[in-house]
Design a protein around this ligand. Structure first.
Ligand code: ARG
Length: 465
């Protein structure tokens, strides 16, 4: 049988392989709610403009509402022969209300229809992801508040560098996630225009009201150019790049969980609920969720790259290539949602070994910079000379296998005669951290100030959601 939607000039139906490569119903069925929303708004507008009768409009709306209920109840049979979600729904509408169903497609095309559905879907999903990001931020801010005074080594090159507050370390991720949140919201703002009514590519001669459908669907305005309307996918690229950046941040935190839960570090422990065992090594406790978050960033970045490659060579306006935009976006945004939920769960229940962290912070001469700064401040040395003298003291401590504050004053003075007892005040990790009071620095009081700032931000964001 030739296709009933466009089969007028076709003698026979498609080859089986043609049907298989052409069909998108296997994945675009998840756009059903957006598709029906779009059709309801379109039908209502057609009635208001006198393009179809009120009676036809009412039976179309009734039919669409029934189809929505059928799909929600799992009672709808999707058919590959009907290619995509748009034609599956329209065919069912025809079964329900007869030939009137054919009036719904007046002044629109699947090209503007799919562009509208997909924008609505991405917009809904961005809202959901943004809410998940603030939930994770809330978990991290609570952790940071509890650990403003917890000391850990701060690293550069993964070598102990300077002691920091663990709360400060956690708040670094809160900063990243707040930018992720703002990137999603920016993408949402830019994409929030309605392509509906652009029809196939050129617009339509029917007296439609695109402002009305835009408003009914929660868009800020209709898109300004019919060709751009059906061929633009930069909204999806933008959503994917925001997702890829967020996934990259989660992956870095995941990497830290993997590293810091090893017994070699022993800073973190994951509860049973977020650990897995080994089938052969009874002692193992593996951070699989963190590893999978780290890995899933790969597929999210891959989806972004994939869509760039699909889009980059396409002439205006619609090409069927664009049907390939959906699976990558669905997969990437689903994955990010799962990663955000798993990360919130892990970070909420993460155990923190303060003693191990403190010990590690004291090792590795992490207060050497404080010693050098003291020589600049109190003994008037140029920083380069102070750096040199401190290097000699570190070498001496290494020789004696002791910490910097375990050297005697005599030892210190043998390197620089102007050193006094006061130097020992800056050699403890606590004092080192407390002294970093510059704006954005790690001093626990700074951490508490930032925690309060983020708590206020979260409250305002939640209220706006
Ligand atoms: N399933 C198609 C897609 O996802 C819908 C648009 C089809 N348009 C067309 N001219 N064949 O892109």
């Amino acid at each position: 049988m030739s296709n009933r939607m466009w089969g007028g000039r076709f003698g026979s139906g498609p080859d089986d392989i043609m049907e298989e490569i052409n069909a998108s119903i296997g994945f675009d069925q998840r756009l059903f709610a957006q598709d029906i929303r779009g059709s309801l708004a379109h039908a209502e507008m057609l009635v208001a403009q006198g393009i179809i009768s009120a009676e036809d409009g009412a039976s179309i709306s009734q039919g669409l509402t029934q189809i929505l209920a059928e799909i929600n109840a799992g009672e709808f049979t999707f058919s590959r022969a009907l290619e995509d979600i748009h034609m599956n729904i329209e065919a069912r509408l025809a079964e329900l209300i007869g030939p009137t169903a054919g009036r719904l497609h007046t002044a629109r095309s699947r090209n503007d229809q799919v562009a509208t559905d997909f924008r609505l879907y991405v917009r809904d999903t961005l809202d959901h992801l943004a809410a998940q990001i603030s939930t994770l931020m809330g978990v991290l801010v609570t952790k940071a508040e509890a650990h403003a005074d917890t000391i850990m080594p701060g690293f550069t090159h993964l070598q102990p560098a300077q002691p920091v507050s663990f709360g400060h370390h956690i708040l670094a991720y809160v900063e990243m996630l707040s930018r992720d949140h703002s990137r999603l919201m920016d993408a949402r703002k830019r994409m929030n225009e309605s392509p509906l009514g652009a029809a196939a590519l050129a617009g339509t001669g029917f007296d439609i009201d695109r402002h009305a459908t835009a408003q009914a669907l929660g868009f800020d305005a209709p898109t300004g150019n019919s060709m751009d309307s059906v061929s633009a996918r930069d909204f999806a690229l933008e959503a994917l790049s925001a997702a890829a950046i967020c996934a990259t941040h989660l992956s870095r935190l995941a990497e830290e969980i993997v590293v810091y839960t090893t017994p070699n570090f022993g800073f973190f422990t994951l509860p049973d609920a977020f650990s897995t065992g080994s089938s052969i090594m009874p002692q193992k406790r593996n951070p699989d969720a963190a590893e999978l978050i780290r890995a899933k960033s790969g597929r999210i970045i891959g989806s972004l790259t994939g869509l760039f490659i699909v889009m980059k060579g396409l002439p205006l306006a619609y090409s069927k290539d664009m049907q390939e935009d959906k699976e990558g976006v669905f997969n990437a945004l689903d994955s990010l949602s799962l990663c955000l939920a798993a990360m919130a769960g892990m970070m909420d229940t993460l155990g923190v070994d303060k003693t191990a962290m403190h010990q590690a912070a004291s090792k590795g001469y992490s207060t050497a910079t404080d010693l050098a700064d003291w020589l600049v401040r109190e003994a008037g040395l140029p920083f380069r000379d102070a750096h040199h003298a401190t290097g000699a003291l570190v070498a001496m401590a290494e020789d004696k296998a002791c910490l910097l504050d375990e050297l005697s004053l005599d030892d210190m003075q043998s390197v620089n005669a102007s050193i006094t007892q006061g130097i020992f005040d800056v050699l403890s990790v606590e004092n080192s951290v407390k002294s970093r009071t510059s704006y954005g620095g790690t001093a626990p009081d700074n951490v508490r100030t930032m925690v309060a700032k983020w708590q206020a931000w979260l409250k305002a964001t939640e209220a706006a959601q």
